[in-house]
Design a protein around this ligand. Sequence first.
Ligand SMILES: [Zn+2]
Length: 183
Amino acid sequence: MIRELTFQQGNYLATKINCSCGTECSLELKRGNFVYHEIDEKLDKYFNLSTKTFIFRTVNGKEFELTPPNIGLQKAFGDYILKENNEKRTPNLAFLKIIPFMLSGRTTITYDGIKAKLKEFEEIDDISFQFLNAAVGKMTFGVKELKKNCVACGEEVRAEMQFPNGASGIFVIHDAFEAYLKE
Ligand SMILES: [Zn+2]
């Protein structure tokens, strides 16, 4: 998402895949082409039907209510990340991954609202943080593969979403130490 927001139009990483009709298709790394993993079924029994949220109690006596962020919240956090990026601040990605899931019942949040949540969050105890990070990991609709329709025949083409050095390889230059050190 950061990449899409930052690079704007027409600057996507892409992978080439041959359709069964013989046409070579370019599958861009963008959200419109993503196929997501399902939410981990281990979470099913914590889903509360009346609130439509997941409710977890942890060993340190805390209770957390989590729900995947709706479009309004996703947009608010997207705008926040874009603003931070434009103003050369590094967003706290560890918390920005978790906070959108902790705003059950809300449809949006202001820039200052996110700032306040971040401040609140930086005080969180380690067990809670580790738990939330893991829980959100299970709820995050991780990208499984890429798909789009072939431009020639319209059939669906799919490609695995794999990066040689993991997903962070999109942003982090592998071996930057050796690559950029002037000897
Ligand atoms: Zn085709």
